[in-house]
Write a protein that binds this ligand. Structure first.
Ligand SMILES: Cc1cc2nc3c(=O)[nH]c(=O)nc-3n(C[C@H](O)[C@H](O)[C@H](O)COP(=O)(O)OP(=O)(O)OC[C@H]3O[C@@H](n4cnc5c(N)ncnc54)[C@H](O)[C@@H]3O)c2cc1C
Length: 390
């Protein structure tokens, strides 16, 4: 079956994808929308989903055959059932009507940003104050989001709003898929010290979203959000594993190559550090299999927090080992090895925060995986309107 599938996908790609020029055969430039539509129509973007929802009903193992064929040729559009958070969330939680209306557009379109954090709600995200007030069959949304990655390009955002001020903090929240390109949505890039602007502030003033675009149930957005955030953390955790049963994939072999190149494996301490880094990746791969299985059963899984935490710890550890191999001058060198090490170090610090900080992952693991007592939250059971803020 795998061999048949492999030759089928490879034949399809050879007919449609020009891997020398990285574009669709017979076209002068790469046009993302047209190419993505072609991949989605063939079922190769979301192969593990049912045929009804643009998939092929294949197993994850079979989907890897498709992904490998795409990756070998540098073809885009694979793995949207693993990486497109907006589409995955709508697929898992959206009504059939919402899926029919939006799934194809999301799969063939560009970015869906995450409108979660606010100036007064980051780690304590259930404290969101962006209001969505019902007006006929629409909601009128007013509030401010911050640290929103990719908001400038995004056509949709997954939006956490407060819809019932009388309910307790976690109860009066509604989760929407929100059209970004409309009057009342102002995106202001945040300029970082590096000169980049990865994040934005998003000011929303009486913008509108249809009630058809509620993800999950009205006032039950916190529950729906758990599914979305677990998928995000799973993606982060899976991104930093070693491939089980075979050669390690990703950064650990790069670290090994670096060590070989600079003769670091002669050093018993560094050798041990590198072996430990590789072992952490292997362990994380096993934990992510557990998380994935639990998510398939329950929709969400607190185990995904283990992967999210592992990702940042492994990145920190590997950046530290790279710096030891390259020596303290790494900060000032412009060699490719030094630039990679510095970049990975910086990324590790950012990745300790995005998707929920390391401390918050530790809290979740303590409370929901290890079953330790919950930390106290005096505002948990009182009406949201009575919670003091500011
Ligand atoms: C790379 C990156 C990408 C991001 N992308 C997005 C995005 O696309 N959309 C979006 O909505 N947000 C995004 N964020 C924002 C991110 O989710 C928040 O910064 C994060 O959740 C922390 O919230 P905060 O910044 O308000 O910090 P705070 O919540 O104020 O936390 C400050 C410090 O206190 C600690 N702390 C807080 N509460 C506890 C507690 N109960 N126990 C122990 N320690 C605690 C935290 O760990 C942290 O060290 C991104 C951030 C980064 C770095």
């Amino acid at each position: 079956m795998s061999e048949d599938l492999k030759s089928k996908v490879e034949g399809w790609l050879d007919a449609h994808w020009d891997s020398i020029n990285n574009r669709q055969v017979g076209t002068a430039i790469y046009d993302a929308k047209t190419w993505l539509a072609k991949v989605v129509d063939a079922g190769y973007a979301t192969p593990t989903w049912p045929v009804k929802w643009h998939g092929l009903g294949l197993s994850s193992k079979e989907a890897r055959v498709i992904e490998n064929a795409f990756q070998t040729r540098g073809a885009k559009g694979w793995g949207r059932d693993r990486y497109h958070l907006g589409a995955i969330t709508i697929f898992k939680l959206g009504s059939d009507a919402l899926k029919t209306e939006l799934l194809y557009e999301l799969l063939t379109g560009p970015i869906c940003c995450l409108l979660y954090s606010e100036p007064g709600a980051g780690s304590d995200l259930a404290g969101v104050r962006t209001r969505a007030v019902k007006d006929g069959d629409e909601f009128v949304v007013t509030g401010q989001k911050v640290w929103t990655s990719n908001a400038v390009e995004a056509e949709y955002g997954m939006l956490l709003t407060r819809t019932d001020m009388d309910a307790a903090k976690h109860q009066g929240i509604t989760f929407f898929i929100f059209p970004m390109k409309q009057a009342g949505v102002e995106v202001r890039p945040i300029n970082q010290i590096t000169g980049e602007s990865e994040f934005n502030e998003v000011f929303i003033t009486e913008a509108r979203v249809s009630e058809r675009f509620i993800i999950g149930e009205y006032n039950q957005g916190w529950k729906s959000f758990q599914t979305a955030i677990a998928s995000e953390r799973l993606i982060m955790g899976q991104g930093i594993t070693a491939r089980l049963g075979g050669a390690a994939a990703g950064k650990a072999p790069a670290l090994l190559q670096l060590a070989h190149k600079h003769g670091a494996l002669q050093d018993p301490v560094l050798r041990q550090d590198i072996a430990q880094a590789l072992a952490y990746r292997q362990l994380n791969a096993l934990n992510m299999l557990r998380a994935k299985e639990e998510m398939m059963k329950n929709g969400a899984s607190s185990l995904s927090s283990l992967g999210k935490l592992a990702m940042s710890r492994i990145q920190h550890g590997e950046a530290r080992i790279s710096a030891k191999i390259l020596g303290p001058q790494v900060l000032f060198n412009e060699t490719e090895d030094a630039l990679n090490a510095n970049f990975d170090g910086a990324k590790a610090y950012m990745n300790s925060i995005g998707g929920g900080t390391d401390q918050i992952q530790r809290n979740i693991i303590a409370e929901r995986v290890l079953g330790l007592p919950k930390s106290m939250d005096v505002s948990r059971d009182i009406p949201f309107k009575d919670i003091k803020s500011g």
